[in-house]
Design a protein around this ligand. Structure first.
Ligand SMILES: Nc1nc2c(ncn2[C@@H]2O[C@H](COP(=O)(O)OP(=O)(O)OP(=O)(O)O)[C@@H](O)[C@H]2O)c(=O)[nH]1
Ligand SMILES: [K+]
Ligand SMILES: [Mg+2]
Length: 420
């Protein structure tokens, strides 16, 4: 097993740069640079020297003997002065120690997983935590990284395992030529687990957190969609003009409002007889975008928008289309825009997971669905039921990584930066 090292803090220059070393040679490497091995788990001031004895830096060093460490291996940390040349020089000296090499992306975390320090669901949560950009993403990722979901999966797995064991016992006990019956309370107990799974399947999904709450602006040409879009995303992203049919492609902008992630879509004006084939294609794309959105802001005639759309009375400064039940906004003066944004945040929050609640990503959703299908087949034959229970257990094992493929691990750990 190689010993790996990498810069685990941000890019220099910075006040401090943290280099991590993990693996069987970590202690040896630290001793070579610092002259001696400090007491475990105590920050110690040390002069680091290269193999020729020349001073590299004066640094805080930490020594964590394995296996009770973040990676499950011997681990050392060097807190250096965060200059590019300092980091380069120390990395050069580490590279010269036999058995040491630079870490690949996510390799520290992968070792933590391989050594059972974290499970797969926690690793996924960690990846999301590092990638999180909004307050809401951070909180959900933290809940996943904290093992809440993993504990839940372990509970399901344990319950299914108990049922399997009881079933095996019942099958063994039975006469060879007699047909065994399911224990009486079985359907109820299997159903209880299935109900739990369904509750998780009904939760909002993590893609929604990552991509944000999707809001599309729709309506006839010149309704003021692009101008309102620009006002909401606070940039001149879309071209606006007095010419109907200005917007052709669907334009996307992701922004966070009050800590909630949104993706806004500006679309071509809908009309039945477009000027040309290009506008016609634009109208097609607009219709698809409106269908795909979580919410549509409709800037057209009352009742003409898609079901569930919010009616927007745009250009309120002109006092043309004022009407009840519609948001009056003027993208030109800004009137009504803050109120609209506020209402959007409230709507997004109800559609997004509550604070601190863990959510499923696409992979987890698929596996929970598999387990759910296996447990809702309604088998009364004990042998078939035993097989269903086994299938559910396989899905649970894949969730926490008890059973996982190399491909999947490569994909997951490749998401991390080097040094994590
Ligand atoms: N007075 C006033 N004019 C506005 C307002 N919003 C947009 N306009 C004008 O309305 C015209 C059309 O605006 P756009 O934002 O291009 O309208 P659109 O719905 O995106 O149009 P298409 O992309 O062609 O479908 C432009 O001349 C804008 O300046 C507003 O709030 N008040
Ligand atoms: K226009
Ligand atoms: Mg437009």
């Amino acid at each position: 097993m190689d010993t790996i090292f990498a810069l685990s803090s941000g890019a220099p220059p910075a006040a401090i740069a943290v280099l991590r070393i993990s693996g069987p040679q970590a202690g040896n490497a630290l001793e070579k640079l610092a002259g001696r091995l400090p007491s475990p788990r105590r920050a110690t001031l040390a002069v680091l020297r290269d193999p020729d004895g020349a001073e590299l830096d004066r640094a805080l060093v930490l020594w964590f003997p394995g296996p009770a460490t973040a990676t499950g291996e011997d681990l050392a940390e060097l807190h250096l002065h965060g200059g590019r040349a300092v980091v380069n020089a120390v990395e050069r000296s580490l590279g010269a120690v036999a058995g040491l090499r630079r870490a690949e992306a996510g390799e520290f975390t992968r070792r933590a997983f391989a050594n059972g320090r974290i499970d797969l669901a926690e690793a996924e949560g960690l990846a999301d935590l590092l990638a999180s950009e909004t307050e809401m993403q951070r909180r959900v990722a933290l809940a996943m990284a904290g093992g809440h979901f993993s504990r839940q999966v372990d509970d399901w797995r344990h319950r299914v395992l108990m049922l399997s064991a009881e079933l095996e016992a019942a099958l063994d006990f039975d006469d060879e030529d007699d047909v065994a019956d399911l224990p009486a309370d079985f359907p109820i107990r299997v159903g209880d687990i299935a109900d739990d799974l369904r509750a998780w399947l009904e939760r909002p999904r993590s893609e929604m957190l990552r991509e944000g709450y999707k809001v599309a602006l729709g309506g006839p040409p010149n309704a003021g969609k692009s101008t309102l879009f620009n006002a909401i995303v606070e940039s001149e992203a879309a071209i606006t003009s007095a010419i109907p049919g200005t917007t052709r492609d669907v334009l996307e902008r992701s922004v966070a409002i009050e800590g909630v992630a949104f993706t806004f879509l500006d679309t071509a004006g809908l009309r039945d007889a477009p000027d040309d084939a290009i506008e016609g294609e634009g109208v097609e794309r607009a219709r698809r975008a409106l269908e795909s959105a979580d919410l549509v802001l409709w800037l057209g005639p009352e009742g003409d928008g898609p079901a569930g759309a919010w009616e927007i009375a745009a250009k309120s400064d002109l006092a043309v289309g004022k009407r009840d039940g519609a948001f009056a906004v003027s993208a030109l003066t800004g009137a009504g825009v803050p109120a609209l944004k506020h209402a959007l945040v409230a709507a997004a929050r109800t559609a997004l997971p509550p604070v601190g609640q863990a959510v499923l990503n696409a992979r987890q959703f698929g596996l929970i669905s598999d387990a759910y299908s296996a447990l809702t087949t309604g088998h009364v034959d004990p042998l078939l039921m035993a097989e269903s229970l086994r299938q559910a257990r396989v899905a649970f094992d894949r969730l926490t990584g008890r059973a996982s493929t190399e491909d999947m691990l490569d994909t997951l750990f490749g998401r991390f930066c080097i040094g994590k």
